[in-house]
Structures are given as C-alpha cells and as structure tokens.
Design a protein around this ligand. Structure first.
Ligand SMILES: [Zn+2]
Length: 297
C-alpha cells in the first residue's frame, strides 16, 4: 500500500507478516461456494481459490498528524507464547521494527498506540523481550485500550476454557498497565481534530474502529470488523474469530451498509496487497464489492 494522505495526515502500513488461512476454518459454518462469484476482485490479493484460503495480512498503521505519531494495532510480535496451531508464531523473529524504521519512525517517536481490540494479533508489538522481561516497545507512548476488552481479557485469563488468552494478556497488555502507560477509554477518544474512535462491538466486547477526517478526505481503520474482503460481499458470514458472533455479524452488516458507495477509504486490519479501498454496490445485484483505492497501488 502506498502512503495515504488525508490532508496533512499521513497513513502508512507496517507489515508484521502475511499468511494464507484455510477459508473453511475462518468460516466453518458457511457454504463458501458463492465466494467464487467474487473471484475477479478477490484474487490475487485477498483470496487464493486454488488453495481455498483467505490471505491474512498482519500489519499496523502508522499515522502521522502535524502533532502526533500514532501506531494502530501491533500485530503478533516476536518471541510471544502461542499454543496449538499458532505455536509457530511464538518462535518467530519478524522484522517489524525494521519495517517501522524503513518509514522513518523510531519506537521513541510513537506518542500513542491504539489497539482496536486486545486479541493476540493486535497487541504483540506492545512489548518486547529484554533481559528476560516484557517491556513496552514504545517507551513514551500512551497505549489506548478499551475498558470492555480489558475487563473481558482479565476474566478470560482466569477461565480454563479461554485461558489460551492468558499468555498474550500477561506478555503484551499487563506490562503496559504496570508501566502506567495505559490510557483506558470507554467509547470516546479523539486526537488532533482528525481521529475519532467508533465503537464496533461484537468481534470483542470493546472493539473500536478509528475514523480519519482530515483535508476533505475520510477514512476508517476497520480493525477486525472485517477479516477478509469476502466479508464485504457476505457480511452475514460468521467467522470463527468473533467472540459474540451474532453481534459481530450485525456490526459488520451495519458498517458495510453505512460505507457502501461512500467516499470513505477503508484501511482494514487484515487485507493484504494494496489494502486500502472503498465499498461499492454492483449493478443488478445486491452483493457489494471491495474496490482497491487507485491511490494505494
Ligand atoms: Zn485480528
């Protein structure tokens, strides 16, 4: 994705990693056959029909306003503890900080880290392992966490059924709170007359999107309201990743509706390739499609 300019606000994508994920595992209760009708715009960036996989990118956005440097979502991280099928993620040594340096940003320059929600693939680089301890990667930053997600994560870490979330909470969230760098919000937060949060609960209890309105251009960082571009054609498809599935589906449908044929650039958390785009309706059909923004390519 090329840097996106919203007036004097600059947005760039920082990749942690990109992986295919079996579509049948992402949408285990759905008949995926209709996805084939979207093949012309889902390939090559969003869906691999030969492998029957959605392509998941794990990336952050760096947003530079005239006043602040803000990092949105912090991906998987290095050396974190993962179990089960994600165990391989724990051993990785990805080049995320090098990718950040490549756009001219050092960890010391980050003023705010905003986590759209507290799942392990959105909090990883909150911290890094130094001398056997997890310390904040961004030493000056305030980390913006939603209260609902924080409360829910604490509960989950105690419950044996959902205890898989405990390592991520202990390694990537708790050290931020202990370092007194957490800024815990309810549903209201804004920065520099350009960024506001939009509560979009369902995927997690406190999930939020980040809206950009600057220089006569609007954008929205949709977090995990949408995992794959196929969710734009089929917002009713339930994902395995969402916690309150009915609420997540309702939130996704409402957001897709509200953005259809609007001049708002989507900056999703897991779309690969040029990533940025708009939702447009298709003539003669009710299915929407994702149109990659020409200025992103
Ligand atoms: Zn995610």
């Amino acid at each position: 994705m090329k840097p996106q300019l919203f007036g004097d606000v600059r947005v760039e994508k920082i990749i942690d990693m990109v992986e295919p994920f079996p579509a049948a595992r992402a949408y285990p209760t759905e008949d995926l056959t209709p996805a084939g009708q979207c093949r012309d715009w889902l390939e090559p960036h969003f869906y691999d029909f030969q492998a029957q996989a959605i392509i998941l990118s794990f990336h952050s956005y760096i947003i530079r306003t005239p006043f602040h440097t803000i990092l949105i979502d912090t991906c998987v991280g290095n050396h974190k503890t993962f179990g089960g099928m994600l165990e391989k993620w724990g051993k990785r040594e990805g080049p995320f900080l090098g990718n950040l340096a490549a756009v001219g940003v050092s960890p010391q320059e980050i003023d705010y880290v905003m986590c759209t929600h507290l799942h392990a693939d959105h909090v990883g680089w909150n911290t890094q392992l130094r001398d056997g301890r997890w310390v904040p990667t961004f030493p000056r930053a305030k980390y913006v966490f939603s209260k609902n997600d924080l409360d829910a994560s604490k509960e989950r870490a105690k419950d044996a059924q959902t205890a898989y979330i405990a390592p991520s909470f202990q390694e990537s969230v708790l050290p931020i709170i202990e370092a007194q760098q957490a800024e815990i919000i309810d549903t209201d937060f804004s920065l520099d007359d350009a960024l506001t949060v939009l509560p979009t609960h369902g995927h997690t209890p406190g999930h939020y999107c980040v809206q950009i309105d600057s220089g006569n251009r609007k954008g929205i960082l949709t977090g995990d309201v949408l995992h794959s571009a196929v969710g734009i054609a089929h917002p009713e498809w339930t994902t395995t990743f969402c916690e309150d599935k009915a609420k997540a589906n309702a939130t996704r449908a409402a957001l897709v509706d509200s953005l259809t044929d609007q001049d708002v650039t989507l900056l999703p958390a897991h779309f690969a390739g040029p990533t940025a785009g708009r939702i447009i309706s298709q003539k003669g059909g009710d299915r929407r499609k994702f149109q990659i923004a020409p200025e992103a390519v």
